[in-house]
Design a binder for this molecule. Structure first.
Ligand code: NDP
Length: 450
């Protein structure tokens, strides 16, 4: 009989923690999970899921507009925001319940409360101590708002999901996934939006040409993009807020949303009672096998930095459970992880940007295509799809696939399998297209652009 209460004690019931817990339990381990907030973590409660529901809601504006050219006269009243918000919240609550059931039926003990380390094998939750042979930190991250004067007037994405009402004008600060997605969502929901980003073009790290086309598309849709700009102070006014900008301009707005990155949620975790160390960016430092500097303590998901994506946390959770309790060690492969930004239109991408590919492979060929979606040919919608393939000349392998257009995430998920399997440009060329689709263009790109 083990000297510990549990074999594995997981702190955090988000994507990574729940996956590790229930798979470990399925492999025979005695597992408990402590959660202080909500089941399902950021993704289910204040991230991917509610964001995507809002993104669906935001797309209706464009659909209503285009419908007239297809013979449908759709008159629509302004958005009933409380209905959308509350329907979303009901769905999230349903998912919270499902997460509880999943853990329960896997035999995982769920402990409600904030866990704090006493030592490398012991945690305290609500004054009760629990011991475990191994402890997993899967506490995720939390939005970070920089220290600008008046920062107390700004909200993060967490609060946006529960707003009482939508403002007439909103300002979104930041140029990452969250800022760009919410600029599009708010705009689609009928709010005038200004997005402020401190450098020359948002979505740093993504393919530059794709980012440029997205900026055009967002401007077409009415989002005001102010690049090379930042907020120096936020003041409360009678009607809303006044932003003082680095350029000397000021901007009146009804809502200030900061989406300037996220920090690991490690405050008051009692890490000082363990040997767990942080890396130079403040994330928990782990080995390739997710082990921290305290040998009995592991960490994965957003709290270790890297690609802060739900499917990555899931893969890490599965890897850990299988290795610790299933005797299978198949390392997580971080190359060719597909991702989508649910901005409007969507970006879907797998592999290297043109800039990264040039640096990594040297000689590359670049194939691009920009065209109007067949659906838009009957309408006055100026939106254009943009597709791009990057090919390593030496191996003929396709090392980057990028799309800006409707449902880009759905399209790229399929291509991601081919890219991971090492598909070459010759294989793309011999693949028959599905006509008429947008994605068929990926297999008919014959002439290199560069
Ligand atoms: P990101 O790290 O992606 O972007 C942060 C942005 O804020 C960058 O544009 C950054 O600028 C800017 N910024 C940082 N500090 C400041 C500052 N002091 N003043 C002004 N601007 C600043 O973070 P997000 O918050 O957008 O998202 C966090 C993570 O969540 C993402 O990295 C992603 O992994 C995940 N996510 C994934 C989604 C998806 O899969 N669809 C959706 C949403 C989030 P700079 O470029 O100069 O550094």
């Amino acid at each position: 009989m083990s000297q510990f209460d549990y074999d594995l004690f997981v702190i955090g019931a988000g994507s990574g923690g729940v996956r590790a817990a229930r798979m470990s339990a399925g492999l025979g381990a005695r597992v408990a999970v402590a959660e202080a907030r909500y089941l399902g973590g950021t993704c289910v409660n204040v991230g991917c899921v509610p964001k995507k529901l809002f993104s669906y809601g935001a797309h209706f504006t464009e659909n209503f507009h285009d419908a007239a050219s297809f013979g449908w006269d759709v008159s629509h009243s302004p958005l009933d925001w409380p209905r959308l918000r509350d329907n979303k919240t009901r769905e999230i609550e349903r998912l919270n319940g499902i997460y509880g059931n999943i853990l329960g039926s896997a035999g995982v003990a769920l402990i409600n409360g904030h866990a704090r380390f006493i030592d490398g094998h012991t945690v305290d939750v609500n004054g009760k101590t629990y011991t475990a042979e191994r402890i997993l930190i899967a506490v995720g991250g939390w939005p970070y708002i920089p220290d600008v004067p008046g920062r107390e007037h700004a909200i993060s994405s967490n609060e946006l999901f529960y707003l009482d009402k939508l403002p007439e004008h909103a300002t979104v600060v930041g140029g990452g996934y969250i800022a760009t997605e919410f600029a599009g969502i708010l705009n689609g929901l009928g709010v005038q939006v200004t997005q402020i980003y401190r450098r020359s073009l948002f979505l740093r790290g993504f393919d530059e040409e794709v980012r440029g086309h997205l900026a055009e598309e967002m401007r077409h849709r009415g989002v005001e993009l102010r690049f090379n700009e930042n907020v120096s102070a936020i003041e409360k006014t009678a009607e809303g807020f006044r932003l003082q900008l680095d350029s000397g301009d000021s901007l009146d707005t009804g809502l200030v949303l900061y989406a300037t990155g996220r920090k690991p949620l490690i405050d008051d975790l009692g890490l000082e009672n363990t040997a767990v160390a942080l890396d130079d960016k403040g994330f928990i430092a782990v080995s390739d096998s997710f082990q921290t500097a305290e040998p009995s303590v592991y960490a994965l998901g957003d709290v270790i930095g890297g690609m802060e994506l739900t499917p990555v946390a899931l893969a890490e959770g599965m890897n850990l459970a299988r290795r610790l309790y299933g005797g299978v060690d198949q390392p997580v492969d971080y190359e060719y992880i597909p991702t989508a930004i649910f901005c409007q239109p969507n970006i879907g991408t797998v592999g290297y940007s043109e800039e990264q590919a040039r640096e990594k492979f040297g000689e590359i060929s670049v194939f691009t295509s920009q065209f109007r979606h067949l659906k838009h040919t009957l309408t006055d919608n100026p939106s254009k799809v943009f597709l791009k393939l990057i090919v390593d000349k030496a191996s003929d392998r396709v090392v980057g696939v990028h799309m800006l257009g409707d449902e880009a995430g759905e399209v790229i998920q399929g291509f991601a399998v081919a890219i991971k399997a090492g598909a070459t440009k010759a294989m793309f060329d011999t693949t028959i297209g599905i006509h008429p689709t947008v994605a068929e263009e990926f297999v008919t790109l014959r002439e290199a652009t560069r």
